[in-house]
Design a protein. Structure first.
Length: 441
């Protein structure tokens, strides 16, 4: 049974304060999805784990931000979990549409790809009865988070900013004995951009933030059996706690490099929704085993940069929302059984792979969603082709399609390529061309 999951009141979802077309309204909420300490749930992400979690280091959450421009309503939801199983996505999106009046194509449900969390049923073949029960509670919690956020809609403003953080590194290393495999490649492609959307009241008090950065949430390795939000949870926690503090005096221009709330801001239950960028080939620059101090350290770095960026954002009240979704299908393949890594691999045809593409336009800010674990070059390709300079990619969004290497990346046969279910030559252009086409409509 999940903590703090309140009863769902469907009628409350439809209580939207009056708004004129084009005037932004925003509401946000956070619901605890931490399982009880004694639940016998398998953990996510590492095949070598032998049993379920042993305790809770820090709680994990479903966070929701609901937006309205008076004519359309959309929802952004983040799970501190490894992914969004396709059956869970289909069910929860239908529930949100029915109970909260937010159309399926106006929902971005993204997982942070946390390897220190329970495995939802249906992800990576997980079919344990305990996970099925947990996943049902998770879906209820997700609808509840959206319901609460929608009930809190209020006049708001939105703005965008971007900074840089050096906590990720390309992990596709060419080794003499294993070929391309998981490692440390500081010369490999890596996007250091940290993007932030700030949602605030007309008085400038923050309501919520959307944070986007490309890094695997794997600071804690396979020896960890404690529930944690890892680097994603630590970043959200830092930002939320920062804005919950009162600023007694006006900030000086040289104080804390801008890491102080603006004058006049009051403590508030701010929601900081962290999303994973194109991190399929990006690991943290340093990783741990059982010591969570590195999680807090890297989360603080990302949190401080998020706050610095957020405090410099100029927000505006007028907004137009536009959303769309489509599914593209690419030929599939699978690697022949055998030990990995190894020198040579053979592949055979397999079922085609569906990739769900999602788009939410907030004025000229393009939030793009991809239902898979995208490698960085695909996002860089999208940014070059996008008609909007402010284009973000939210991965592990609205379903699970597995690893999605770029076309050139298939030539470096290693972990991501042998784990992917895709044949080369389809996914990169299908994603980029599909999303750009959706932006033009």
């Amino acid at each position: 049974m999940l903590r703090t999951v309140l009863p769902i009141v469907a009628s409350a979802c439809f209580a939207i304060p009056a708004a004129s077309a084009g005037r932004l309204q925003v509401g946000a909420a956070r619901v605890d999805i931490t399982p009880p300490a004694g639940a016998a749930l398998p953990m996510s992400g590492y095949a070598g784990r032998t049993h379920g979690f042993e305790g809770v280091h820090d709680h994990i959450y479903a966070r929701a931000i609901v937006l309205s421009d008076g004519a359309a309503t959309a929802a952004l939801v983040g799970w501190e979990l490894i992914g969004v199983p396709n059956p869970a996505w289909a069910d929860v999106s239908a529930r949100i549409a029915k109970e909260c009046g937010i159309p399926v194509d106006h929902l971005l449900l993204a997982a942070v790809h946390d390897h220190s969390a329970p495995a939802p049923a249906g992800i990576y073949g997980n079919a344990s009865p305990q996970s099925a029960e947990y996943t049902e509670k998770l879906k209820q919690a997700t609808v509840e988070a959206v319901r609460q956020a929608k009930a809190r809609l209020q006049p708001a403003r939105v703005g965008y900013g971007a900074g840089r953080a050096y906590v990720n590194v390309n992990r596709r290393e060419l080794t003499p004995d294993r070929g391309w495999w998981l490692g440390f490649n500081p010369d490999g492609v890596s996007d250091k951009t940290l993007a932030v959307l700030r949602f605030e009241t007309d008085a400038g008090v923050p309501i919520a933030f959307l944070i986007n950065y490309a890094v695997h949430a794997v600071v804690m390795g396979p020896e960890n059996y404690q529930i944690s939000g890892d680097i994603a949870g630590a970043t959200s926690r830092y930002v939320e706690q920062y804005y919950a503090r009162t600023l007694p005096d006006p900030p000086r221009s040289d104080a804390g490099y801008g890491l102080r709330p603006r004058q006049g801001q009051a403590p508030a239950d701010v929601v900081a929704l962290w999303t994973s960028g194109a991190a399929g080939d990006q690991n943290p620059v340093s990783m741990a085993s059982r010591d969570f101090s590195m999680v807090d350290a890297l989360g603080k770095i990302l949190g401080e940069e998020s706050v610095r960026v957020a405090n410099a954002i100029a927000a505006a009240p007028d907004v137009r929302l536009h959303a769309a979704q489509r599914v593209v299908t690419c030929p599939g393949r699978k690697v022949e059984e055998g030990p990995r890594p190894r020198r040579e691999y053979k592949f055979q045809d397999a079922d085609p792979v569906d990739i769900r593409l999602s788009l939410l336009m907030i004025n000229d800010i393009a939030l793009t969603g991809v239902s898979g674990e995208v490698l960085t070059p695909i996002y860089l390709h999208l940014k070059r082709e996008s008609p909007f300079s402010r284009t973000l990619m939210l991965t592990h969004t609205n379903g699970a399609s597995g690893y999605i290497p770029d076309d050139a990346g298939f030539d470096q046969i290693g972990y991501e390529v042998t784990t992917s279910h895709l044949k080369p030559g389809c996914a990169e252009n299908a994603i980029v061309n599909g999303l750009v086409d959706m932006m033009s409509r």
